[in-house]
Write a protein that binds this ligand. Structure first.
Ligand code: ATP
Length: 451
């Protein structure tokens, strides 16, 4: 049984007795009764997990006591119990970080009981989230997740380390599938902010008219359909990292709004007046050349300088020397494990083919090609024939250079759908993309599924 230590600070012995009696109905609660503020402060080293305080104590008032508790432990839950209903004091105490304010009446015992249950549940969830984030952080140790030992990738790791040690903004550029999001996550989970949220938002995936409220939040009634207040991604990422992917797709109007928010370090939710202070590390990414976008008038120069921060340029896979083979081996191992296949090797011919191929879809494409090859192979090794770099959507598909990136994408998805009985979820998982991307292609008739 988990014990939970509660201090009851109450100078009226009779009322203290009632509270103690009621709370000990839960055998987990270990109660310590104290009758003054100074007694409470002197016992804080015993690490109570929650404190209830009578607002008017003989030696100090509730505000003074709360201030001193907060400076010793900013997270310790505190519930006030007051002899009178005084909304002003209640609001002030809650603003100072009290968790609840109850008035002494017939229902106090039950309200207190419920309040403690709620606070414990919040504490439990918070602990769980922190633990999960810690585990994620371990998962994102740079060199364990971002594979690469080429000179080009070593330079990337060196800049990432600098980024992780500071809180300055970071901009990640690189062709599609080079690992921009992976880099952003690794910086976050290796930084001081690791225990706070990493919030990714893809500028290209959200319709322009929804993006403002998605980023900055909205107040109830701000527009038709705004039935309740909603906090935006900036607020969701408080004390953590906001990852704005495909930043070049932001329209000029929203670029100005974003610039203002970043300059003033505060935001106002759509349809509201209240100013909300910001504390986020911003990481942006794009596959475009932002400097060129600025020159062509598509991107604001002042915003460009504000978000550029520390630039991380991810080289395309074809410029990473032997990383292609290292990645291929690792993806092959992973594919064997997930598909419950015996261990497979890459044949020499397969290695040669991978080294020659330019990989327009970069690491993402390599991963998909290898996963498919693992499934296709029926021997001990993956041969050049299993790689099927040239079978997607017809002969020499991937080797023909007259294709746009979009055509490659459609070709790969078409092929994988065929190989996986048109299981959209499975193909989305293999390619590490959202199902919506595939549905959009079907809607646009770029892909036709058999009826
Ligand atoms: N160096 C690497 N080592 C291992 N896996 C990698 C590496 N780089 C990328 N990947 C994997 O490749 C896939 C694509 O990576 P990611 O989504 O980060 O790319 P991206 O550049 O953000 O793509 P896009 O431009 O399409 O948004 C992911 O599954 C990721 O885990």
């Amino acid at each position: 049984m988990d014990s939970y230590s509660i201090f009851i600070v109450e100078d009226d012995p009779w009322y203290g007795e009632i509270l103690e009696y009621h709370l000990t109905l839960n055998p987990e609660y270990q109660i310590t009764r104290l009758t003054s503020g100074s007694q409470c402060l002197a016992q804080l080293h015993k690490r109570p997990q929650l404190i209830t305080i009578d607002y008017s104590l003989p030696d100090m008032n509730g505000k003074q006591l709360l201030q001193r508790i907060r400076s010793a432990n900013p997270d310790l839950p505190v519930i006030f119990i007051s002899g009178q209903e005084d909304v002003g004091t209640a609001v002030e105490l809650l603003k100072m970080g009290a968790n609840d304010y109850l008035v002494k009446d017939d229902h106090t015992k039950d309200l207190l009981w419920n309040s403690i249950v709620r606070i414990r549940e919040n504490q439990r969830l918070k602990q769980e989230v922190e633990q999960l984030r810690e585990e994620l952080g371990q998962k994102y140790e740079f060199e364990k997740t971002i594979l690469g030992s080429s000179a080009a990738m070593k330079r990337v790791f060196a800049i990432m380390e600098k980024a992780a040690r500071t809180s300055i903004n970071v901009s990640v550029t690189g062709e599609t599938g080079t690992g921009k999001e992976l880099v952003a996550k690794a910086i976050h989970y290796n930084s001081e902010r690791a225990k706070k949220p990493f919030v990714p938002v893809n500028m290209a995936a959200i319709p322009a008219d929804l993006l403002e409220s998605e980023l900055f939040g909205h107040e109830k009634g701000a527009f038709t359909g705004a039935i309740a207040r909603k906090i935006g991604k900036f607020e969701e990422a408080a004390k953590g990292t906001l990852f704005l992917d495909e930043i070049a797709e932001l329209d000029l109007n929203l670029q100005s709004k974003l610039l203002r928010v970043l300059q003033e370090r505060e935001l106002v939710r759509v349809g509201g007046n209240e100013k909300v202070k910001l504390d986020v590390r911003l990481i942006v990414a794009t596959h475009r050349n932002l400097a060129k976008e600025v020159k062509e008038g598509h991107f604001r120069e002042d915003l460009y300088y504000r978000i550029m921060g520390l630039p991380v340029e991810l080289p395309p896979l074809r410029q990473r020397d032997n990383d292609v083979l290292m990645l291929a081996k690792s993806f092959l191992q992973e594919a064997c494990k997930t598909n419950k296949l015996g261990p497979l090797q890459l044949s020499n011919s397969a290695k040669e083919m991978l080294k020659q191929y330019p990989f327009p879809g970069n690491v993402r494409e390599l991963k998909a090609v290898i996963e498919l090859a693992a499934v296709m192979s029926n021997g001990q090794e993956v041969t050049a024939d299993d790689l099927h770099l040239n079978t997607v959507g017809g002969d020499n598909f991937l080797l023909s250079d007259a294709k746009t990136m979009k055509e490659y994408n459609i070709g790969i998805i078409r092929h994988l759908l065929k190989a996986n009985n048109n299981n959209i979820q499975k193909v989305a998982d293999i390619l590490d993309i959202g199902k919506s991307t595939i549905y959009k292609m079907i809607q646009n008739k770029e892909i036709v599924l058999p009826v």
